[in-house]
Design a protein around this ligand. Structure first.
Ligand SMILES: Cc1cc2nc3c(=O)[nH]c(=O)nc-3n(C[C@H](O)[C@H](O)[C@H](O)COP(=O)(O)OP(=O)(O)OC[C@H]3O[C@@H](n4cnc5c(N)ncnc54)[C@H](O)[C@@H]3O)c2cc1C
Length: 352
């Protein structure tokens, strides 16, 4: 059974909400997206490093690994469908661990799991990244990884959804969900209550705020991370580079970004400044000709995740009319989750 004639309201225009909206609109389903910010990607998506990869999951964790792998492969489909979305994206990452033995082990693990990775010698690494100051004996290369600008991708997905009839309401906070007899029947903004056949919660780390009044909780965890931005007047790196000290990449405008996980208590502005300068020291230790790089700013983003590292995409258990679309790492997962969610909402099989 297909359900084309339903009206779907989506809360949140981050990368996940944008992807669900695009994939629903592609199927001709009526969609309204509500975003409290002035535009898309003002939440965690706007603070993301934008690395699409399969490198941080243990292949022995078969469910998480196969999902991550399928999600990365899904990007090829999306790139063919929306080539403009990837204008500023680049390919390839280079990674090494503290010792050559650890790097070789990592390479073997991923190669045996069937990933397209190579182990390259230091001389080859230096050829691919000629500005590296300290070159390890070997590195793992993952040539198909994508470095993209998540806000740009979210905006493109939403624009493509709008072209197909979706409506986007920005500066529109969803204050609560309408519920009756244990089912969600719509949502409430500051100005009106609007009925929907289905409400998709894609509000990232804020999802549970809307669930709480309904007495629901799905065990969402919030994990903070810091995105640091540096100005640079020249091109110094061609790939994402991850060393034991630093995860760094250069944007199309030459700015560099560095991502760091954080623990509570969260750093205040002064502590972020200290971390930003420490990372600048590490950039300079890693990259030659980097004296003119300057620290600009650091922002904290809240990563919505679940303890089993799997997303929650599907009809909410125990509550009709409500659909969850949350998962980490959201940028990697968004195209796959969006397509599967749209398929299920349209009457297809559940994502998993
Ligand atoms: C420093 C850092 C680096 C990261 N690096 C990567 C990476 O390399 N690769 C990767 O895949 N992931 C990465 N992530 C994680 C990734 O960014 C998130 O998983 C993803 O952005 C989550 O997207 P989302 O759409 O679920 O949430 P969000 O982007 O937070 O979107 C939720 C949206 O809902 C809106 N909203 C919330 N409540 C309401 C309401 N009541 N009414 C209306 N609107 C509402 C918010 O304003 C927001 O725009 C990183 C995160 C951080 C912080």
């Amino acid at each position: 059974m297909t359900r084309r004639n339903i009206r779907v309201g989506i809360v949140g225009a981050g990368i996940i909400g944008a992807s669900v909206a695009y994939h629903l609109a592609r199927r001709g389903i009526e969609v309204c997206v509500f975003e409290r910010g002035a535009g898309p990607a003002v939440g965690t998506t706007g603070k993301s490093f934008g690395w699409v990869n399969t490198l941080f999951v243990d292949p022995a964790d078969a469910r998480v690994f196969s999902l991550r792998r399928a999600a990365v492969e899904e990007y090829e489909r999306l790139a063919a469908e929306l080539p403009g979305a990837f204008r500023d994206a680049s390919r390839g990452s280079l990674l090494w661990k503290a010792t050559p033995g650890e790097t070789e082990n990592l390479f073997r693990t991923f190669r045996n799991a069937g990933l397209d990775v190579e182990l390259i010698a230091g001389a080859e690494l230096a050829r691919r990244e000629p500005f590296l100051r300290s070159v390890p004996p070997c590195a793992l290369s993952s040539p198909k990884d994508i470095a993209l600008q998540p806000p740009a991708l979210a905006a493109t997905l939403l624009a493509a959804a709008v072209e197909r009839g979706a409506k986007l309401f920005t500066n529109t906070q969803v204050i609560s969900l309408c519920a009756s007899d244990g089912a969600v029947t719509g949502l409430v903004t500051a100005s009106e209550a609007i009925a929907f056949d289905l409400v998709v919660l894609a509000a990232g780390p804020w999802t549970e705020e809307l669930l709480r009044p309904l007495g629901l909780s799905f065990g969402l965890l919030i994990s903070p991370a810091l995105l640091l931005r540096y100005c640079s007047d020249r091109r110094l790196l061609s790939h994402i580079v991850k060393s034991p000290e630093l995860e760094v990449r250069q944007l199309p405008d030459n700015a560099m970004i560095v991502a760091r996980s954080l623990k509570d208590p969260l750093p205040d502005a002064g502590a972020i400044d200290v971390m930003g300068r420490e990372m600048l020291r590490r950039i300079r230790a890693l990259v030659m000709d980097s004296e003119r790089i300057g620290f600009e700013a650091g922002v904290i983003g809240q990563r919505p995740m679940f303890p089993d590292e799997l997303p929650r995409t599907g009809h909410a258990a125990g509550c009709k009319g409500l659909y969850l679309a949350i998962g980490h790492p959201g940028v990697i997962l968004a195209p796959l989750l969006g397509r599967l969610a749209a398929s299920e909402i349209a009457g297809g099989a559940a994502p998993w």
